[in-house]
Design a protein around this ligand. Structure first.
Ligand code: SF4
Length: 305
């Protein structure tokens, strides 16, 4: 049995926390040991899509019937409220220097699976989601890089009455249709830096699409949890933190900010992939440093953890 299936049994029996939810009752875990989220271990329990010709594959992707995934797992008190099935998409347009999932960056390196197989697996946890006020989170990589596939998963989950969250940088926010927005209950929106030049240095991409996406979600009154990864020497400049807080403050549907201290857990992954990891010598921030940055967000009236 795969590791995450063992974990699932543990959560089912012992660790489901009743009463957590995205409406204010969510009780965060202690943050001392919190680290940036890493992807799951594999796709056990979800069958690969059947063999297709190249043309059939292109058509199935266009219709969102198949997509490229890295992994999935069941987690509690991460990736949104309650117990969640987190589905990690393969492929991302950003190149964050601190990326903790560098093995999810290329869609072609993922595994092709059907939306039906994922929805079938998701349906098995409905009772767990109900009792924990949990649901499914689409993460990655970048789920909005495969919008048709994501749309089908959101629709299917919504039809089953399952709470849905999208974990995204917002860079491809334009790919979110109004129907997808209606089918998504929560957005975990990463603001990787608050100043444009810092954002580009951190991710290799411009900041503005994330700002625009947050504004669009806010105008539609879709709940946002914003995330900021604190990396000494890269994102921790006070002006950069202040600018990130100013961006988030504009979003009236924002209910929570999470400041995640940088960690070196991905160093070996970068090395094993033969990738140039520029942050290999960066020391993670102290608890005091992290708490100080949280205080900056709080000073802007933001509900920060
Ligand atoms: S958005 Fe950044 S951290 Fe997330 S998967 Fe893409 S490159 Fe990695």
């Amino acid at each position: 049995m795969a590791d995450h299936q063992l974990d699932a049994r543990k959560y089912l029996v012992h660790e489901v926390k009743v009463g957590e939810g995205s409406t204010g009752e969510y009780a965060p875990e202690p943050l001392e040991d919190e680290i940036p989220r890493a992807a799951g271990k594999g796709l056990d329990g979800i069958a690969k899509a059947p063999q297709m010709t190249r043309h059939e594959h292109i058509e199935a992707v266009r219709r969102g019937e198949v997509g490229s995934l890295h992994s999935w797992e069941l987690v509690t008190a991460m990736d949104g409220p309650g117990t969640r099935m987190t589905v990690f998409f393969a492929g991302c347009p950003l190149r964050c220097l601190y990326c903790h999932n560098p093995d999810t960056l290329h869609a072609r390196e993922g595994t092709t699976v059907t939306a039906e197989a994922i929805l079938d697996r998701m349906s098995r946890y409905k009772a767990v989601f109900n009792v924990s006020n949990g649901g499914v989170t689409f993460s990655g990589g970048e789920p909005l890089m495969q919008p048709a596939f994501l749309a089908n998963l959101l629709r299917g989950a919504t039809e089953m009455g399952i709470h849905t969250a999208i974990d995204t940088s917002g860079f491809l926010g334009r790919n979110l249709t109004d129907q997808m927005m209606a089918d998504a209950d929560l957005f975990l929106l990463d603001v990787k830096s608050g100043l444009p030049d810092y954002y580009e240095r951190t991710t290799g991409r411009p900041l503005q699409p994330t700002i625009d996406f947050g504004r669009r979600l806010s105008a539609a009154n879709k709940e946002i949890w914003a995330r900021f990864v604190l990396v000494p020497g890269l994102t921790d400049d006070v002006a950069n933190v202040e600018a990130a807080a100013a961006i988030m403050k504009e979003w009236t549907s924002l209910s929570r900010v999470e400041v995640l201290p940088f960690h070196q857990m991905a160093r070996d992954k970068w090395a094993s992939l033969g990738m140039d990891y520029q942050l290999k010598d960066v020391v993670p921030p102290s608890k005091e440093h992290t708490e100080h940055v949280r205080e900056i967000f709080r000073s802007h009236g933001l509900n920060t953890f």
